[in-house]
Write a protein that binds this ligand. Structure first.
Ligand code: XLS
Ligand code: NI
Ligand code: NI
Length: 435
């Protein structure tokens, strides 16, 4: 029985690029084969429970704007109604995956025992819905940043009781993820960082964060959870500085604490932007190290300097992200999670549907463009050409030499390198043929 929230909206169908129906897919055709796989299996779309259902439309200056039937979210009957409506959206979109934080699923109870009990209760409510709807869990995670107990960090908190509370909370969330067949488990450390170095012992905090992550990995094996553990880089916001600054910082952290073969990265477009990187930079770097796990596909506003979490709508940006994902072999356990929220004036149920439809379509366009660039091959050929001089035995001898030998070689052969074009505009023009 439907809740009526989406009344008047039918299941979204693929109608092709000429369709004028705003609630249809023009590019996302789940069955179409892209680089040998169904498009749905390449993209692995996921709806984020927090932005789409838990967030009430607040901003730093204003209260809730949405007034959904399940607001305020203070009791378990609201949590169940929210779940009913979430699955109605998954059905409308034909959504293969979703993601949650514990705090999105059920109200905060104020103590660990009740938090764990109500989480189990709502997981028991969701489980049969997943079976009938066919939507799977991409990842679960713990919200260890909203409640005031986390204000000075979770695993990096100076108070050992907060570390313990965080460990117990993550255990309950991995248990729930495992029970629901989740394919990954995410840790994003919004409060794992600092406001001021004046009160912060960097070494103690980082060592505790490293120990915490090792506890998580040990527990994963203990219960036989087969999903991938992911951490999510972000440079700042809400903390002034966050330890998981960007992909490179996270990779160094994982190596330091012996986790480089156990943990991968969940990369978010808006976070890359905040770190002063492009999204494809973060993806290419993680992929190069074999640590690309999953992506949060949203965008930031170009004029405001914070994480505005908007739905993606730029085919060119998205195409370059998927280019690097496909180049690295595509997603394994990861997927494309829309960690994106409506604008707070977008009040209608149709806005929520349209946001996802548009995002899925733009990602499908980007994916197809990326696949076409790979199949056509010019970018790869150009890249190989640019480095091809390194293939000669003389060039390899340079890498094997010492500084004395190399300097003799430069003198003997009178080496005097002539700069060559980087061909950037030609390559950019090439990419624009596909997007
Ligand atoms: C916040 C993060 C968060 C994580 C999950 O900026 O993107 O939503 O994805 O905790
Ligand atoms: Ni984010
Ligand atoms: Ni995210």
């Amino acid at each position: 029985m439907s809740s009526g929230f989406f009344d008047g909206i039918n299941r979204i169908e693929f109608e092709g690029p000429d369709s004028l129906n705003p609630l249809s897919f023009r590019y996302y055709n789940p069955e179409e084969i892209v680089l040998g796989k169904r498009m749905e299996d390449q993209l692995r779309f996921s709806v984020a429970w927090w932005h789409s259902f838990a967030w009430e439309g607040t901003d730093p200056f204003g209260g809730p704007t949405f007034e959904r039937p399940w607001h305020p979210q203070t009791d378990m009957s609201a949590a169940r109604l929210k779940a009913d409506i979430a699955f109605e959206l998954f059905d409308l979109l034909g959504q293969p995956y979703f993601c949650w934080h514990d705090a999105d699923l059920r109200p905060e109870q104020g103590n660990f025992g009740d938090n764990q009990r109500t989480l189990e209760e709502i997981v028991g409510y969701i489980e049969p819905k997943m079976q009938s709807c066919g939507t799977q869990l991409l990842w679960g995670t713990a919200n260890m940043f909203s409640h005031r107990r986390w204000m000075a960090g979770a695993s990096t908190n100076p108070d050992p009781e907060v570390f313990a509370f965080a460990a117990a909370t993550v255990k309950s969330c991995i248990d729930a993820t495992h029970r629901l067949g989740g394919e990954n488990y995410v840790l994003w450390g919004g409060r794992e960082g600092y406001e001021t170095l004046l009160n912060t012992d960097l070494k103690t905090e980082l060592d505790h964060m490293g120990r915490f992550l090792n506890l998580v990995v040990e527990y994963k094996y203990k219960i036989g959870f087969r999903g991938t553990i992911l951490i999510e880089p972000k440079p700042q916001e809400p903390s002034k500085h966050q330890y998981d600054f960007d992909a490179a910082t996270c990779i160094g952290f994982l190596r330091k604490y012996g986790l480089e073969n156990e943990v991968k990265l969940n990369l978010e477009q808006g976070h890359a932007f905040l770190a002063g990187h492009s999204f494809e930079h973060e993806i290419a770097l993680a992929a190069m190290e074999g640590m690309l796990g999953s992506i949060d596909m949203n965008r930031n506003d170009y004029q405001s300097g914070w994480d505005t979490d908007q739905f993606p709508n730029n085919a060119a940006d998205v195409a370059l992200a998927y280019y690097h994902i496909l180049k690295s072999g595509g997603f394994a356990s990861g997927g494309t999670n829309f960690d994106a929220k409506l604008r707070r004036q977008s009040l209608d149920a149709s806005d929520l549907v349209a946001a996802h439809v548009g995002a899925m379509d733009i990602c499908a366009r980007g994916l197809k463009a990326a696949a076409a660039m790979i199949e056509e091959g010019t970018l790869s050929t150009e890249l190989e050409k640019r480095y091809s001089d390194w293939n000669s035995p003389e060039a390899q001898a340079i890498l094997a030499g010492d500084l004395d030998e190399i300097s003799r070689l430069v003198l003997e052969k009178d080496i005097n390198p002539q700069p060559r074009s980087g061909r950037q505009e030609i390559l950019e023009n090439y990419v624009n043929r596909f997007v």
